[in-house]
Design a protein around this ligand. Structure first.
Ligand SMILES: [Zn+2]
Length: 371
């Protein structure tokens, strides 16, 4: 019976997350041999991650279409999209490199003025590394290879399968426009039933003075309102922002009722959370229509994507793994929107760990109201 259940869960999961990666990148922060307890220490670790990612990104993304298909296990590859995303990511890395302060550490401070320089420095890193950084380096190479594969897979599928990897218009934002060291927390797919993970997360955020955005599903909110009075529920979200994730958790790219889904959810969220309502829509799986800008403008909605995916929905990722992955990606991208799911318990472990790790590093958890 257990096997049947696991099989059914596996089939459901793979159908639901059809656009998800085959292998999830996981990082082991304990292998970095220094404490990250100051802005300078953050910058050094950040440059180290950038060098490894730059090398691996160029390896992964420069393959021909046939190799990419078999490597990413997909049937069609949009090479123009792969090139566009590779250039965008490489450009972002170069900008990040320029703001990460160099403390004259010869190993992690090579002179870099172009993306090509960064790839070359990444390749040259192994030969220069002191012994105590070698274990970190092997792990980082593996992590970034899997991570680069995740991103390039999304790029190769775009726009046949839409996702957070690219945008269609200026009303779509993924957090890459935020200033250095600023991060926004977001939680999707809730609210849970009374006494569930959403309820456990809220006091944790309030205690830490974090103002996050909750992208709610209309049908889950409706179910929750059967259990909890609207005023009581709204009170428990004090300080947070509440936005829309559609009525049902399904792709809003190939669903004829996608507009109705958004309008219905918009009305219910507005009515339930008059002080927390935030005019943002996050498409489930990041999947929306290419030509939906007009509709969103009419509804006064912005489209909230993300650039740091915790992968906390994935059965193979624990709360601890999600935390270490997010921290590594914070070092790499240096700003952005972090995606968690309040329907899963992993953020309850990951968020406190991230707060502790980023304390004194100059990281700012930007409030949802100011984003
Ligand atoms: Zn979702």
């Amino acid at each position: 019976m257990k096997n049947i259940i696991s099989f059914v869960l596996l089939v459901c999961a793979s159908a639901t997350y059809a656009a998800g990666p085959e292998t999830v990148a996981s990082a082991n922060r304990a292998l970095w041999p220094e404490l990250i307890d100051s802005p300078t220490a953050f910058d050094k670790a950040s440059r180290a991650e950038m060098l490894v990612f730059a090398e691996v990104l160029s390896q992964v993304s420069m393959q021909n279409a046939e190799t990419l298909k078999s490597q990413l296990r997909i049937k069609k590859v949009n090479l123009a999209s792969v090139e566009k995303i590779r250039n965008k990511l490489a450009g972002q890395l170069l900008k990040n490199w320029q703001v990460a302060v160099c403390d004259n550490d010869a190993v992690f401070c090579p002179k870099i003025t172009s993306s090509q320089d960064m790839v070359a420095a990444g390749i040259g890193l192994a030969a220069k590394l002191p012994e105590n950084y070698r274990a970190w380096h092997s792990n980082a190479k593996l992590f970034h290879k899997n991570y680069a594969n995740e991103l390039i897979r999304l790029a190769a599928l775009f726009p046949a399968v839409t996702s957070e990897i690219d945008s269609f218009s200026a009303i779509e934002r993924d957090g890459s426009e935020l200033p250095d060291r600023q991060f926004v927390l977001t939680f999707d797919d809730g609210p849970t039933n009374k006494g569930g993970n959403t309820d456990a997360l809220l006091p944790l955020l309030q205690k830490a003075k974090l103002n996050a955005t909750f992208y709610m599903l209309g049908e889950r909110l409706q179910a929750r309102l059967q259990q909890t009075d609207a005023a009581v529920l709204s009170d428990s979200f004090q300080g947070q922002c509440v936005a829309l994730h559609g009525w049902e958790h399904q792709s809003h790219a190939k669903w004829d009722k996608w507009q109705e889904s958004i309008e219905k959810t918009n009305a219910l969220v507005k009515k339930t959370f008059p002080s927390q309502y935030s005019a943002w829509f996050r498409p489930p799986y990041g999947q929306r229509k290419a030509d939906s800008e007009g509709f969103f403008k009419k509804q006064n909605l912005q489209v909230g994507l993300w650039n740091i995916d915790s992968q906390d929905w994935n059965n193979h990722v624990s709360g601890d793994m999600a935390a270490q992955r997010v921290f590594t990606l914070m070092l790499l991208w240096r700003h952005g929107v972090v995606l968690f799911h309040d329907v899963h318990p992993k953020a309850l472990v990951a968020v406190p760990w991230l707060l502790e790790k980023t304390n004194n590093t100059g990281v700012v958890w930007k409030s949802c109201q100011s984003y």
